[in-house]
Design a protein around this ligand. Structure first.
Ligand code: IMP
Ligand code: MG
Length: 199
């Protein structure tokens, strides 16, 4: 181990990234790394209590939910199982049209399972509305949603969100799994995105 303090190492890494990554597009921090971890730990405790003695099947929506799903799963003290779905919504890179195409379907059968959809962000809510309807038709015992972020006031449909990490203003955000054209997913906190719509 070097004698550098961990916080110093983090700053050094961030500076190095800034130089190469076009970090001029990263605006204010909307949710810090600390706040993410604290909230996810609380969600994990809540899910652990609610699903006591059951084995929920976490269904992550690729790719945005990958970071959240891996941290959330480790905060749940139950024998969870993982599956993933990849969907693509037609529309521009920063706006959904509500028409959803399944790119990768689940591997597991949902019959009788306690399914928890793990979503990165709910904007219009149209992607989630489609997913919910699609998965409900597969005969799960229960079907709930855990969304890390919900944009205030933008939902075009009524959504029943059992678990929500943070309600945030309706700006476009990146980091912690969320991208613009596949970039910024590995930024450890959530930032406002300052660039123009890349579509
Ligand atoms: P919705 O169908 O409008 O709710 O859009 C949901 C999907 O659009 C999310 O799962 C994300 O993949 C993407 N999305 C919506 N808002 C953002 C954002 O601010 N940053 C990155 N991706 C977003
Ligand atoms: Mg995306």
């Amino acid at each position: 181990m070097s004698d550098a303090a961990p916080s110093g190492a983090r700053e050094g890494l961030t500076e190095h990234r800034d130089a190469r990554w076009g970090a001029e597009h990263l605006g204010t921090v909307v949710v810090s790394e600390d706040d993410l971890m604290t909230r996810i730990a609380a969600l994990g405790r809540e899910i652990t209590a609610d699903y006591e003695s059951r084995s929920p099947l976490l269904v992550g929506v690729l790719k945005g939910a990958c970071m959240f799903m891996s941290d959330l799963a480790r905060a749940i003290d139950l024998p969870v199982e993982f599956d993933f779905m990849a969907v693509s919504s037609y529309g521009s890179a920063t706006r959904t049209s509500g028409v959803v195409r399944i790119i990768k379907d689940l591997d597991l059968d949902l019959t009788g399972r306690d399914v928890l959809i793990v979503e990165d962000i709910v904007d219009s809510g149209l992607t989630l509305q489609y997913l919910r309807k699609n998965l409900a038709a597969r005969g799960p015992n229960s079907l709930e949603v855990c969304a890390l972020l919900v944009k205030e006031g933008l939902q075009k449909v009524e959504l029943d969100l059992r678990y929500v990490g943070f309600r945030i203003p309706p700006d476009f955000v990146v980091g912690y799994g969320l991208d613009v054209s596949e970039r910024f997913r590995n930024v450890p906190q959530i930032h406002e995105y300052l660039g123009s719509d890349p579509a």
